[in-house]
Structures are given as C-alpha cells and as structure tokens.
Design a binder for this molecule. Structure first.
Ligand code: KG4
Ligand code: ZN
Length: 366
C-alpha cells in the first residue's frame, strides 16, 4: 500500500511515497533556508509563497521516483497540525485536491506525532513490539520541545513541554546573536566540536540549580529563555565577538541545552517507567545530544532510538508512514482542520501494538 505524504508546516516543502508504513520509495525535500536566511528566522508569508511555487514540482518528483506516476497512491496524507497556518493551507489544499482527483482518501496528520514516527521508519519491528512501551519520546525541533509518553494501546500524553522557546529556536536565536546565520543548529554543532564546553558556565533552566527551587509541576518542563539571555549578557560584556571566541561560546551553550534535555528525559523516564527513549525532531541531528542521550541510556540500561538524521528534520516520509496506520485501522486522520496549535491530547495512536479502533457509538478516533 503506497501512500503519498506532504509536509509544509514550516519552511520545507516535502513529499514522499512510503509503502506499508516504512518502506520509503521516495522522499523529496525543497528547503527554503536560503530565502529565510537573511532574516535569521522563518517569515510565514514568504514561506507560504515559496510552498506554492515548490509544491507541484516536489510532489511530481516524489510520485515519479516512488513509482506512482501511472498507478496512483491509495491515499494522500498531509500535515494539518501544528504549524504555520498559511504554510499548512498550501500543502493541505494541494493534498485534498489530489486525493479528490484520484478518488482516494485524504488523511490529516499531526506533525509532532509524525516526528516520533520518523524515528521508527528504519526500525518498524521495534515500533510493533509491546516490550518497546511505555515509550517516552523527546521531540526537539525549531517549533517544539516536549516529552510525550506513549502506551502500548496508543494512549499518548504530553508530560513535559517548553514554557518559552523551543530548543531549536534557542539554537537559531543564539546563532543570530553570534552572527552565524540561519538555521543555527548545524553551525553551532560544527563550531562546538572545536570548543571547550566548560569554558563558560551557562544556566540550566528549570533544573533547580542556581539557588532556584524547582516546582514539582515543572520537573519535566523546559525553559531556554534564561540561557539565551545569559549568553546575550556574556556577549555584551565581551564587547566585540572575536572569531576565536566562537567555538567556546557554541560549545558552552550547546552543553547547557544538551544537559537539560538529557537530564529531564531521564527524570521522566524513571518517573513513568519508560521502556524505551526516542529522540526525534530537527535538534536530534545534534551530535552532542545523540552522544549524550545514548551514553545516559547505556548507563540506565534503557534503549535509545534516535531518528536517522535524514528523518530528524522536516520530511514527508514520516507523514506518509504514519498515515498508513490510520488507514489500516480505518481511523480518520489525526486532525481535519489546519491549526497552529499542538493539541494537548495527541492519541490514541494507531501504530501502537495494542491499539483498538474505538467501536462505541459516536467515537470517532483521535
Ligand atoms: O524538525 P525541524 O526541521 O523543523 C521544525 O519542526 O521545527 O527542526 C528545525 C530545527 C532548527 O531550529 C535547527 O536549527 C535545528 O532543528 N537543528 C539543529 C541541528 N540541525 C538542525 N539543532 C542543533 N544541532 C543540529 N545539528
Ligand atoms: Zn518538524
């Protein structure tokens, strides 16, 4: 069963053909990074216009490479929530039109859940194994930093989230301050490899450090605004930023972000008795984060499944793969209408091994 997926929630126009939920037949991505680089972040209006230009060629290429040029896919899926509304509308309208023309169902997907699913595109057997659950996923990207706990029956709950910036947003904003361009994550990752992470002691938000008591309600929540401000003050005190200062600044900043992400993930894993930790979203490309998370997993005896870097940043393979499970169970997509907000309840998720389609009158799936 080949499904076409579309992803236009932010600044990547992506389309993919995925067979039976995991065999990626094509995955085409047109990035708008160059268009937004001059602004140090994504401009929503500009993003929507760029999606309009790119969507047709990207989908055509995905269909052709995926072997669907003459035999249409069995369904068309697109990200409906959450994301930049004008951008989402482009992908969703296109996908709906195509589904209608083919006479196949349209399925609206949750981008946040798709990121989690992306970690299992190359490990479908683990996703299907009951022993993998409860699964605790750290979704860490430019738009999100959240911990989601998923049970064997697909029940899912967000148990922690950022109270201000997403981790990727912090990387991007700090890179802007340091004059490193957009997106900041990959540049800081590279620079940090040459720097000393202990050269500057930046704050670790909401960890109970620095004499600030940690409220119980914030144990699994994140905050990166204090770290960003601390770096800003540090740079101001330096006067001018010299090229030679950059590696240490990058390494110390990155270390502070990674420390918090790893610490809180393992606090939550212990608290909720997680059997597996999943690392996904654009920031999961970060080499230091992958290394530290795996090390902590080894020390705790907990397996860590990190999405392959090509499925960490936004792509449509994760969308098409996820859609297969909704279609297979006859459950309507995650959300019909586009929205900027992440719903607080994201489940029940049909990829879980003990998921049962709701049968009671009026139950309409997730
Ligand atoms: O998942 P994604 O492509 O888009 C969203 O859904 O937000 O994530 C993009 C984010 C950007 O903030 C980017 O700076 C960050 O992921 N990122 C990284 C790395 N590669 C991408 N952050 C840290 N280290 C990296 N190597
Ligand atoms: Zn994303």
């Amino acid at each position: 069963m080949k499904i076409l997926g579309l992803e236009t929630s932010c600044d990547e126009t992506a389309a993919a053909i995925v067979e039976d939920g995991h065999a990626v037949r094509s995955s085409v991505i047109a990035s708008q990074i160059e268009q937004h680089a001059g602004y140090g972040g994504v401009i929503p209006e500009l993003a929507a216009r760029e999606h309009l230009k790119a969507v047709d060629p990207v989908v055509s290429a995905a269909l052709a490479e995926g072997g669907c040029a003459s035999t249409p896919p069995v369904a068309v899926a697109a990200t409906t929530v959450p994301g930049l509304v004008p951008s989402l509308l482009v992908g969703v309208s296109y996908a709906r039109g195509l589904a209608a023309a083919y006479g196949v169902p349209f399925l609206g997907m949750n981008h946040f859940v798709a990121h989690v699913y992306g970690a299992f595109l190359s490990a479908p057997a683990r996703l299907a194994a009951p022993a993998t659950y409860p699964l605790l996923a750290l979704v860490v990207s430019g738009g999100h930093t959240a911990l989601v706990l998923i049970q064997r029956d697909g029940t899912a709950e967000i148990v922690g989230r950022t109270l201000d910036d997403a981790a990727g947003e912090a990387f991007d904003k700090v890179a802007k301050v340091l004059g490193l361009g957009y997106p900041g994550g990959p540049v800081i990752d590279r620079l940090a490899a040459r720097g000393n992470p202990k050269s500057i002691r930046f704050p670790r938000g909401l960890t109970g450090g620095g004499g600030r008591r940690l409220r119980e309600a914030d144990r699994f929540n994140f905050s990166f605004s204090g770290l960003k401000t601390a770096l800003l003050y540090h740079v101001r005190d330096l006067g001018a930023i010299r090229e030679a200062d950059l590696p240490d600044l990058a390494a110390a900043f990155q270390r502070a972000v990674v420390d918090v992400l790893v610490l809180k993930t393992f606090w939550a894993a212990e608290n909720f008795h997680a059997a597996t930790i999943v690392l996904c979203g654009g920031v999961a490309c970060n080499r230091e984060l992958r290394r530290s998370m795996t090390q902590a997993g080894n020390a705790a005896g907990l397996p860590v499944v990190a999405a392959e870097p090509c499925y960490c940043t936004d792509n449509a393979a994760m969308v098409a793969g996820l859609a297969y499970h909704y279609l297979r169970h006859g459950v309507p997509g995650a959300a019909e209408a586009v929205s900027a907000r992440l719903p607080s309840v994201v489940g029940p998720l049909p990829f879980a091994p003990e998921f049962r389609r709701p049968t009671s009158e009026g139950a309409s799936g997730p």
